[in-house]
Design a protein around this ligand. Sequence first.
Ligand code: ATP
Length: 345
Amino acid sequence: MSGLELQDISKRFGNFTAVDNVRLSVPHGTFVCMLGPSGCGKTTLLRMIAGLEEPSSGRVVLDGGDLTPVPTHKRNLGMVFQSLALFPHLNVGENIAYPLRIRGVDRGAQKKRVDELLAMIHLTGYGDRPVSKLSGGQRQRVAIARALAISPKLFLLDEPLSALDAKLREAMQVELRQLQQQLGITTIVVTHDQREAMTMADLVVVMGEGRIRQAAPPIEIYRRPADAFVADFIGSTNLLDVEADGAGRATVLGRAVPGLEMPSGKNKGVISVRPEDVHLTAPAEGTVAGKVTFVRDLGGTIETFVEAEGKTIVAVTTPRERTGFSAGDPVGIVLPRENCVVLDA
Ligand code: ATP
């Protein structure tokens, strides 16, 4: 296969397993976001792909060739890490040209490539500026250009945008994705931020405790999470215990959800239903009756918190479909069968 393959990679530090038998195929040109709680092994996995950490077992294979024994500087990688480490004594152009210079590329070719890269990151004309005179977002773009200078086969980034404020980060996510699509380069980004992953990725890899919990396109992860851990980690969701009644129907909070059946062989589990899929109605018309405890109007969306049978359920609506409920109102909660995903507890 053309692309990257992680073949049963593990990393142990003493008795502790940081990465546990990870197997993943990444077709050429794919943008991967690795996501998961702190300490789940994302950075360790990225460092093994980069050759900065040796796997305890398993192989890293790129375009059919085994990279595992190849030292980092011969892996043909572009890397951007959280601490950018631009060289403060070099100007923008010299920073970008650095990897070319140390590879002995001649001056004319260096200049041509730097100009191409400056155009690509929308900083044409900035070559002679000291890096200290750049904004955070511009510095980030220079670090990206420097990593891409050698036209790497694989582009690895660890929390590249985490130092930027929220607005700039969102803009840079779009920019990074567009740049990656333009270049068609296989890219792996480690992030904490699930919105970032949803924005950029072709393939989202959710990790937990050193293992891959689910690897799938973003919308599939959102709509069809593999388990409650993934459902809760990606976006917000309502997780409610579900049980089969005598007829195999799924019951939530003591009521059968119309039309929802338990998967065969399953008696208990959890349903995940996204807040935007929960409908609120008159008390007698819902699957379950509850009481509004809090309404949060965020302008673009309205979140309504409802308590039912000791559980809090959140419904999100847009101002256009304003429900008009306020705290203290009795309501009916409708859990549409098609939006309920039954998962293992
Ligand atoms: P974060 O999001 O916080 O950066 P992460 O998912 O990237 O976390 P890693 O940095 O890969 O997590 O670390 C995974 C686990 O391995 C952690 O428990 C960490 O303490 C441990 N670990 C990482 N490097 C070493 C090391 N050199 N020696 C011992 N333990 C390590």
